[in-house]
Design a protein around this ligand. Structure first.
Ligand SMILES: Cc1ncc(COP(=O)(O)O)c(C=O)c1O
Length: 478
């Protein structure tokens, strides 16, 4: 059989066995050339054959995707919205984050990317030079909404992708977390309902808990995004005041919504007059040719809030983020004055300088390249080690999400992992109702190493032990 026929058959079988799920992107032509030692033409022929068999489709400038089945599979078991009422997640998040801080642990549970991937010498120089040139009055002038040059630089970057943002509607915040929390606060009163994705970033659940709000968790369709039919039902069912969502490189699944989905989502929210709080912190870590647009790009009412930061892509620890707040800008500033007062001024000046000088885009490109390579390498290892798991196929970022048999207890596994010298993020963090206790999030940003490989092998053993101890599984065994 021809080489392209063999590759097509291999991928065909993998799609049928569920390794690649409907809506997921299969490896790019470049990746497949590398993995199989084939020429781009051979891989292209294999992909065209799979297209003609109706198994995959090409999306311009994005890659090849497994064709959506009539009823796409979801990553999480619940097929309906889950109304949790009040949220109680802070203690668990605190416990897990504290436990994963030790340098002695293999950092599979780390929330940040490998810290050595960031341009610390340049950041240090920018900080020192901005301090030398600091106009003492700027410590007053850069109070909310924040440093003007930085706000203009951020607006210019949005203009480059076709989103018209006035620097006057940008407020610089202490990381994206403050931007998101203030946005939620400005839209809600205690007791209001807020929609989040399921699974969702635990920071959203923490903010909901702190503001005494109620959460509705809506399942996500992998490779697509929040289920719009279920969202529409939830909006009809409850007086939802805000939706906290991620269109790009969702945390923890890593997918980026296709543009049509973003557009449909925004149209629905505009129609129902529900405000969007968009968390776009990982957008710069995309895989592909172009930075994906935020959902806000399709906002016709203009009242959605777009939040992001430099924490994940350029300057972790500087704690500089922002919100494009539109009509809410003034109220957000007032709230900020009541909480943190303002964002650290030297950090703002240093980042404004770095953006002005250029070179930041070259860093972004290198970072994306390294993260994508490491993510692919770890995903390939996980597919070998965990054939029974469903493993996310992210569009960027540095996380992988693994879903196991519903009997798996990720919190117990977390404790055993720490005792074995590595951390992980238990799926329990990503839902206020324990919907993802059988899932794990692993950090893929660290270089491949013996300790990392040993930790993954040990994780596979721990999981096997847990799954073998589940009575219903043993009953089924021959
Ligand atoms: C999805 C998501 N949103 C927001 C944040 C907070 O970003 P920052 O560190 O800029 O406050 C994080 C950080 O982990 C995150 O993962």
């Amino acid at each position: 059989m021809s080489l392209y026929g063999q590759l097509a058959d291999q991928l065909h079988q993998q799609i049928e066995s569920g390794l690649w799920q409907p809506g997921e992107r299969i490896p790019s032509i470049r990746q497949s050339c590398k993995t199989h030692g084939l020429s781009p033409m051979t891989v292209l022929q294999a992909y065209q054959l799979l297209e003609s068999r109706g198994l995959i489709l090409a999306r311009p400038q994005s890659g090849y995707y497994v064709k959506a089945a009539a009823s796409p599979q979801r990553i999480s078991t619940p097929l309906q919205a889950s109304y949790s009422g009040s949220v109680d997640i802070n203690d668990l998040v605190f416990e897990v984050l504290q436990a994963s801080k030790s340098r002695e642990l293999v950092p599979l549970g780390m929330a940040m990317a490998d810290p050595t991937l960031f341009p610390h010498p340049q950041l240090g120089r920018a900080l020192a030079s901005s301090m030398r040139r600091l106009d003492p009055f700027s410590t007053v002038a850069d109070l909310p909404p924040g440093n003007e040059a930085l706000r203009r630089a951020i607006a210019q970057r949005y203009a480059g992708e076709g989103l018209a943002v006035d620097p006057g509607e940008i407020i610089i915040t202490t990381g994206a977390m403050e931007a998101l929390s203030l946005s939620l606060q400005v839209l809600t009163e205690p007791g209001d309902w807020v929609v989040v994705e399921s699974p969702t970033f635990y920071g959203a659940l923490q903010a909901i808990e702190r503001l005494k709000l109620n959460a509705v968790e809506i399942p996500v369709i992998p490779g697509v995004g929040i289920d719009l039919a279920l969202l529409e039902e939830a909006l009809a069912e409850r007086p939802v005041k805000a939706c906290w969502l991620m269109g790009n490189v969702q945390h923890p699944l890593g997918h980026t919504m296709p543009d049509e989905h973003k557009q449909g989502l925004m149209a629905l929210l505009n129609r129902r007059e529900v405000a969007l709080v968009e968390d776009d912190v990982y957008a710069e870590l995309y895989v592909g040719r172009e930075r994906p647009r935020p959902i806000k790009y399709w906002d016709t009412r203009g009242d959605s809030l777009l939040c992001s930061s430099f924490s994940k892509c350029l300057a972790p620890g500087f704690r500089v983020g922002w919100v494009v707040a539109g009509p809410h800008a003034e109220r957000i500033q007032r709230l900020q004055l009541m909480s943190t007062l303002s964002t650290n001024v030297p950090s703002q000046l240093a980042l404004a300088d770095m953006l002005r000088q250029g070179g930041v885009d070259a860093h972004f490109r290198r970072l994306r390249h390294t993260l994508a390579q490491r993510q692919q390498q770890m995903r390939a290892a996980l597919l070998r080690l965990f054939p029974e798991a469903r493993i996310s196929a992210p569009d960027g970022g540095y996380f992988l999400w693994l879903e196991f048999d519903p009997g798996l207890d990720s919190r117990a596994l977390h404790a055993r992992a720490l005792a074995s010298g590595f951390s992980l993020a238990p799926g329990a963090l990503f839902s206020s109702q324990g919907l993802h206790n059988h899932c794990l999030r692993l950090n893929s940003s660290h270089p491949w190493s013996e300790p990392l490989e040993a930790a993954l092998t040990r994780l596979a053993e721990l999981i096997r032990q847990q799954l073998d101890a589940i009575p219903s599984r043993n009953d089924k065994a021959p």
